[in-house]
Ligand binder design. Structure first.
Ligand code: KG4
Ligand code: ZN
Length: 341
């Protein structure tokens, strides 16, 4: 089965073609440059950019796969959670396309799509698993009992981990999104040079908090009389990155131990971070756990993981009607919008 996956939940316009839930025939992601000017995502600009980009991006995904629109057999689209104006562009387009082609449309949860990166990369992975989804909008520890059966073990109480990177980057005069740049600039730095806080580090507490870390960074800059320079700046960023990674990795391993799972997995844009990937691998090995870390392009927002969730829903006979709605939150949209065939 050939499924088109579309994601317009935030500032990336993404489309991909997935064959039989496994083979990524194409994946096109347009990152909207306009937000760098403002140091963060401006929802109204993002919606307008999606409107301009959605048609050419989907057409490119179809062409890159060597297919035509009439080859498509279903359309999967992120309909929750995200920026409502952005989600509406993708969902409206997906419904219109599916209607015109006479094929089903299915709404997909963006967080579940991030979890599915692990399954796409490693279909044989052993469940249950604890999956850390760390992105610009979310930071959640999810117990994957089976595909489609999840329990949220913990989540951030304030900023998401990617948001922490972006806000600290803005404070330090780096451009948006700051995660990749901080990773680059922190290379070769001493992660113990600055003692930044890790919040809520009690065993059994799987929630996260990153706003205190952000404030600590601001005070540290004030104490230093401005942004540090040279090696001190490298050390500063390495120490900040270490604080985020430490909280994420430690809590994932605690959760895996408590849940008694054989596998841990990563997903979400922050999972592109090399330091996180390395520490996650090391700590999982130490705990005797199997580890699934998807390719970077499957961690950041993309259409392939949306198509993968769509395929799994279709396999269970789940489709959405043309009244498919969008929602800023996960829970609201859960009820009643999907119907089993
Ligand atoms: O999953 P994603 O592409 O979009 C959302 O669903 O939010 O995640 C984007 C977030 C941004 O906050 C970005 O700064 C962060 O992921 N990010 C990184 C790296 N690459 C992307 N953070 C740290 N290190 C990276 N290499
Ligand atoms: Zn995302």
């Amino acid at each position: 089965m050939l499924v088109l996956g579309i994601d317009t939940s935030c500032d990336e316009t993404a489309a991909a073609l997935l064959q039989d839930g496994r083979d990524i025939l194409s994946s096109v992601v347009a990152s909207q440059a306009i937000h760098a000017e403002f140091g963060g995502v401006v929802p109204e600009h993002a919606s307008r950019a999606h409107i301009r980009l959605i048609v050419p991006i989907v057409e490119k995904a179809i062409a890159d796969a060597g297919k035509t629109a009439s080859d498509l057999e279903a359309v999967a689209v992120t309909n929750r959670p995200g920026l409502v104006g952005c989600l509406l562009v993708g969902a409206s387009y997906a419904k219109a396309l599916a209607y015109s082609l006479g094929i089903p449309v299915v709404g997909v949860d963006h967080i579940e799509a991030h979890v599915f990166a692990a399954r796409l990369e490693n279909p044989e992975m052993r469940l249950p698993a604890v999956c850390l989804v760390a992105s610009g909008g979310h930071t959640e520890l999810i117990l994957v009992e089976d595909w489609g059966r999840y329990t949220t073990l913990g989540r951030t109480r304030d900023d998401a981990s990617g948001e922490a990177f972006d806000k600290v980057g803005k404070l330090l005069g780096l451009s948006y999104p700051a995660g990749p740049e901080i990773e680059k600039l922190a290379r070769g730095g001493d992660p113990t040079a600055f003692d930044f806080p890790r919040a809520m580090m009690q065993r059994g507490n799987f929630d996260f908090s990153f706003s205190g870390l952000k404030t600590a960074v601001r005070y540290a800059v004030e104490d230093l009389g401005g942004r540090p320079e040279g090696q001190e700046f490298t050390d500063f960023l390495a120490s900040f990155q270490e604080a985020v990674v430490d909280a994420l990795v430690t809590k994932t391993m605690w959760a895996a131990e408590e849940a008694g799972v054989p596998t841990v997995a990563l997903g979400g844009g922050v999972a592109a971070n090399t330091h996180l990937r390395e520490r996650f691998t090391e700590e999982a090995a130490r705990a005797g756990l199997a580890v699934v870390i998807p390719a970077r392009k499957l961690c950041t927002d993309n259409g392939a993981v949306v198509a993968a969730v769509g395929q799994a829903l279709l396999d269970r006979g789940v489709t959405s009607g043309l009244d498919l709605d969008v929602s800023a939150s996960r829970e609201e949209a859960r009820a009643g919008r999907e119907s089993s065939a």
